[in-house]
Design a protein around this ligand. Structure first.
Ligand SMILES: C[S@@+](CC[C@H](N)C(=O)[O-])C[C@H]1O[C@@H](n2cnc3c(N)ncnc32)[C@H](O)[C@@H]1O
Length: 432
């Protein structure tokens, strides 16, 4: 199958049937014998078309008007216009030919005519849109309610920054397993594999340029783990100490639990809970691969923690809550189209129920870290108000943030403070 055909198939599945772009892309790459150029083009066409869906529809609206167009044909046109507007190297005639080849006989003439008009007459300037919030929504392809929410919760410039970040190609980071070996030794092994890397603001975090470290023996033997840099900051802020008893109440696939265990030199106990049985296996596999024995995966609903654990029995409690995921839109661009405001309210209810239970497990003098990979004050800052209002014995702890240059508040909404890292929220509280 040709690359554009594969791309179209995935775009159809993601935009028309609710599939996840990142999972389908990985699956497709693993099942086929594509070369690097093919993988590059497939990734570009797939993510670009999904990422800019609304912008592309705006450009197409002049040429399609209110004609009824099937979802498949619309996606063929979107992918073609994406190549015209955002990619340099593909000549107009090639874009049109490839699009027409993807189209069933009956509609070939229509696709050909629309695209010839686009190439001849060009695209509508976005400056035609007078309202700057609507323009931002179309220009960066984010639903208007989302842009309005960020503009209201922050301001227009911050909303713009968030939308732009969401359209940037995500950085790849890896975590060195410093429990297994010294940093210089692992770095030497990475250099032997000719993998391009840069050091980061965290000792164990490296930034990778293009290379996929998860395919290497270094990954399989547990010298490295794939994890975003913001995610590493969460365990850093939790600041686990050797021999402590720690619980990560929403832990699958185990990125933070394994980091915590590494930081503790595999001493003490890390209870790694999750509500989904199939995900418990992922925590077990990662722990085994990374050579960590102090992690105890446990199938439990975090809204019922006190049915299994004694109150005030943990030194540190991590709530890496299920959330709306608005901080990882650049990795899963369909999130922005699939979420509705009512989904956000539902998730907040669940977060509160988890927090209500998790907070009871913190010892006197113990630490609670709350984190999400989203940017929505109701799930983040307001949730901290909820915790502090309800539990007078907790107070924010700014110290770990100060050490990491993340301000003095005791919480931080990471947007672009850490170069290339995902948008994330982290708060740290201590129990008096
Ligand atoms: C943000 S992810 C956790 C990521 C993980 N901490 C890591 O670093 O790899 C949230 C997790 O919460 C789990 N989850 C959702 N609802 C839950 C509940 N009620 N109790 C426990 N886990 C839950 C999901 O299955 C998901 O794996």
């Amino acid at each position: 199958m040709k690359i554009r055909e594969v791309a179209l198939q995935i775009i159809n599945q993601v935009l028309n049937e609710g599939a996840y772009s990142n999972l389908l892309l990985n699956e497709t790459i693993n099942q086929n014998d594509f070369n690097q150029n093919d993988i590059g083009l497939l990734t570009e066409l797939l993510y670009g078309t999904i990422q800019y869906k609304m912008t592309l529809d705006y450009y197409l609206s002049n040429y399609i008007g209110d004609k009824k167009v099937s979802k498949n044909i619309r996606n063929i046109l979107r992918m073609a216009v994406y190549q015209k507007v955002y990619l340099d190297k593909i000549p107009d005639h090639a874009i049109i030919n490839e699009a027409v080849n993807l189209t069933k006989k009956k509609y070939k003439g229509f696709v050909n005519a629309v695209l010839r008009n686009v190439m001849r007459q060009g695209i509508r300037p976005l400056t035609e849109i007078e309202d700057k919030v609507i323009r931002l929504s179309i220009e960066t392809s984010h639903p208007l309610w989302l842009v309005k929410m960020w503009t209201k919760q922050y301001d227009f410039d911050t909303a713009k920054k968030i939308c732009m970040i969401n359209n940037i190609k995500p950085y790849q980071f890896a975590r060195l397993n410093l429990f297994k070996d010294k940093k210089e030794n692992i770095i030497k092994r990475i250099e032997e594999l000719k993998i391009n890397y840069h050091l980061t603001s965290i000792d164990e975090g490296i930034y990778l340029q293009n290379d996929n470290i998860a395919n290497t023996h270094l990954y399989h033997k547990g010298y490295v783990n794939v994890q975003d840099l913001s995610s590493m900051y969460v365990s850093k802020i939790l600041s686990p100490k050797k021999g402590e008893r720690i619980i990560d109440v929403c832990s699958a696939p185990g990125g933070k639990s394994t980091h915590i265990a590494e930081m503790m030199g595999d001493t003490g106990e890390v209870i790694a809970c999750d509500i989904h049985e199939h995900k418990i296996k992922l925590i077990e596999n990662h722990s085994k691969r990374l050579g960590l024995k102090c992690i105890k995966p446990m199938l439990i609903d975090a809204r019922k923690l006190t049915t299994k654990f004694l109150e005030e029995s943990f030194d540190r409690v991590l709530v890496d809550a299920p959330c709306s995921g608005l901080g990882v839109i650049r990795r899963k661009p369909e999130i922005k189209y699939n979420k509705k405001p009512s989904d956000l309210d539902e998730i907040i209810k669940m977060q509160k129920e988890i927090i209500d239970e998790a907070i009871k497990l913190v010892k006197k003098g113990g630490v609670l870290v709350y984190s999400t990979c989203t940017i929505n004050k109701k799930e983040n800052e307001k949730m901290i108000d909820y915790i502090l209002d309800k539990n007078q014995r907790f107070e924010l702890n700014p110290l770990p943030f100060q050490k990491l240059n993340l301000g003095n508040e005791g919480y931080c909404q990471i947007i672009d403070q850490i170069m290339g890292a995902d948008i994330f929220f982290i708060a740290c509280m201590v129990k008096k």
